[in-house]
Design a protein around this ligand. Structure first.
Ligand SMILES: [Zn+2]
Length: 217
């Protein structure tokens, strides 16, 4: 029984990763036999993982096919509201609880990511790593778990706001400001900087979707 459970967890994580890294995007069809072959697994754990992802609304059914779900405008706005409050809280707690080592890691991430500004795909991945590291610095297990769920839903966005021309450099400057506030132990400023960062990201995404700014791919 235990081995089946393990295999199921693996298939679930592998499929989530594939969505998260953009291998499968919103609207793409997921076929049990193809996934089984790709991951070198039998079809049973794949089927169970697909069912689980469907109940979590990560996948939707059209006819007999399962496709990767996409977020409509209202869902996107709702997600950003929750994300801003939860991440603002994470930044506030990080300002109280982050160790000097954690602060140095966050600074080093910003330094490193400056080298990626011309590659929106890599930058989007680096951005997720930065935010995840910031969640961990909050040292609050329940908050970290909730933010994991929010970020999983973010994987259902087909584009990254970091693909907008000039947004990469600006976003990294905002990351720097957030880390500096955390370093100073300034909880209010850290939370405020983080909420502003997400507000700019959301605004950029809306402009991208409206075709008002150029995507740099
Ligand atoms: Zn960011």
């Amino acid at each position: 029984m235990a081995s089946t459970k393990e295999a199921q967890k693996d298939a679930y994580d592998l499929i989530l990763d594939a969505i998260d890294t953009g291998l499968y995007g919103p609207g793409d069809r997921l076929v049990e036999s193809e996934l089984a072959e790709r991951f070198g697994m039998s079809r049973t754990p794949i089927r169970e993982a697909l069912q689980r992802l469907e109940t979590q609304s990560m996948l939707t059914r059209t006819g007999r096919s399962l496709i990767v779900a996409s977020l409509d405008h209202g869902q996107l706005a709702d997600l950003y509201i929750v994300r801003a409050e939860l991440e603002g809280l994470a930044a506030r707690l990080a300002a109280q609880h982050a160790t000097p080592e954690e602060v140095r890691v966050l600074h080093a991430m910003v330094d490193h990511d400056l080298g990626l500004v011309n590659d929106p795909r890599l930058l989007a991945r680096a951005n997720r790593r930065f935010h995840k590291q910031l969640h961990l610095a909050s040292h609050n297990r329940y908050l970290i778990d909730q933010l994991e769920l929010v970020h999983r839903s973010m994987a259902l966005l087909a584009t990254t706001s970091l693909a907008a021309d000039g947004r990469g450099v600006q976003a990294l400057e905002e990351h720097r400001g957030i880390v500096t506030a955390i370093e100073k132990g300034a909880g209010d400023a850290a939370a405020e900087a983080l909420k502003k960062h997400l507000s700019f990201a959301f605004e950029t995404r809306l402009k991208l979707d409206a075709g008002e700014v150029e995507a740099n791919r």
